[in-house]
Design a protein around this ligand. Structure first.
Ligand SMILES: NC(=O)c1ccc[n+]([C@@H]2O[C@H](COP(=O)([O-])OP(=O)(O)OC[C@H]3O[C@@H](n4cnc5c(N)ncnc54)[C@H](OP(=O)(O)O)[C@@H]3O)[C@@H](O)[C@H]2O)c1
Length: 296
């Protein structure tokens, strides 16, 4: 049976980003770990073009144990990623060059894919001028998949909320106030839900503050000399780290590249454990909400 989860980090005032919708890491290491586990659970990750343009996130699983477990279970090593867009304005994005499968879900009217979307990316046309999210779910099911993780942003999550397709919301409550009318929220539909979809609290967990990431950085991935990196985010195999991209301890980097949290990757030397006190100190609360009223 199809199970759809939404996973997002929110500020204390329910925002998922600042008003300029630029890349912003709200959660810390524990949130990244939870994201990795949810991705490992998923057959398919659904994400909006807005998030791809803002963050250009890599989606490949970095945890080799989780990848091996998927293969042992007869699943693909990495979840497939489906990017929603009507305009097709997508530059070369990491999602399309990762080791997992990817698709673009778009409209009948959308232009043909530009150079930013490689030929190996499957194009699904699922509605005249907007992607019909019910058709998208049907299309995903027709691939034999039944675990969907919606990673946002608020615009795409809203499509699923509006049609009452979301079974579970995984929220990471982070200790920031973002403020501002224009900063996007979890369900950024621009219109009210009527009736409002209802969820009940299934789990609450206060995340212990971790002072340093669990593992040291491994050899494997190319890192561009001089690129500043910070502890925090996964990089995908074969993907050069971009300037400003955070790196999580345990993520592979090329042998000999020392990684200093908050510092620079320099040629020569040995990979060291990354630590980033500012990020690691984040006090977070993990919440899981399930669809419907408790007991019904
Ligand atoms: N805190 C978190 O956990 C979290 C998670 C994810 C994202 N974010 C943040 O959220 C912000 C992005 O959110 P967002 O709401 O602006 O963007 P989004 O939801 O990621 O993407 C919106 C885009 O998706 C496409 N789209 C949406 N509905 C569609 C439909 N029915 N048919 C066809 N295409 C459709 C459109 O792309 P086109 O414009 O290409 O047509 C639309 O502009 C960024 O700041 C990002 O960093 C935060």
């Amino acid at each position: 049976m199809m199970m759809i989860r939404v996973n997002m980090a929110v500020s204390l005032d329910g925002k998922i980003a600042t008003a300029d919708r630029q890349k912003m890491r709200l959660g810390g290491h524990a949130d990244l770990r939870r994201m990795e586990e949810l991705r490992a659970w998923a057959d398919v990750i659904v994400v909006g073009a807005g998030t791809i343009r803002a963050e250009d996130p890599p989606f490949a699983l970095t945890d080799t144990t989780l990848r091996r477990q998927r293969l042992d279970d007869g699943r693909e090593e990495h979840p497939m990623v489906v990017v929603l867009t009507a305009g097709m304005h997508l530059e070369r994005a990491r999602v399309f060059s990762g080791p997992g499968r990817s698709a673009v879900a778009t409209t009948d009217q959308a232009p043909d894919p530009g150079p930013g979307i490689p030929e190996r990316v499957v194009i699904w046309r699922l509605g005249p001028d907007r992607v019909d999210v019910a058709k998208l779910v049907e299309r995903i099911a027709s691939e034999g998949f039944d675990r969907v993780l919606v990673e946002g942003g608020g615009g795409v999550a809203s499509l699923f909320f509006e049609k009452e397709l979301v079974d579970e919301i995984y929220l990471t409550l982070t200790p920031w106030l973002i403020g501002g009318d224009m900063a996007p929220g979890l369900a950024d539909a621009g219109r009210l839900f009527d009736p409002p979809p209802t969820f009940h609290l299934a789990s609450i967990e206060q995340v212990p503050v971790a002072s340093v990431p669990e593992k040291s950085v491994q050899a494997g991935d190319p890192v561009e000399a001089g690129d500043p990196v910070q502890a925090g985010d996964p990089v995908e195999a074969g993907d050069p780290v971009q300037a400003g991209d955070p790196v999580q301890a345990g993520d592979p980097v090329e042998a000999g590249d020392p990684v200093q949290a908050g510092g620079s990757v320099l040629a020569g030397g040995t990979a060291r454990e990354a630590s980033l006190p500012g990020e690691a100190d984040r006090e977070e609360i993990f919440l899981i909400y399930r669809k419907g009223v408790r007991g019904e």
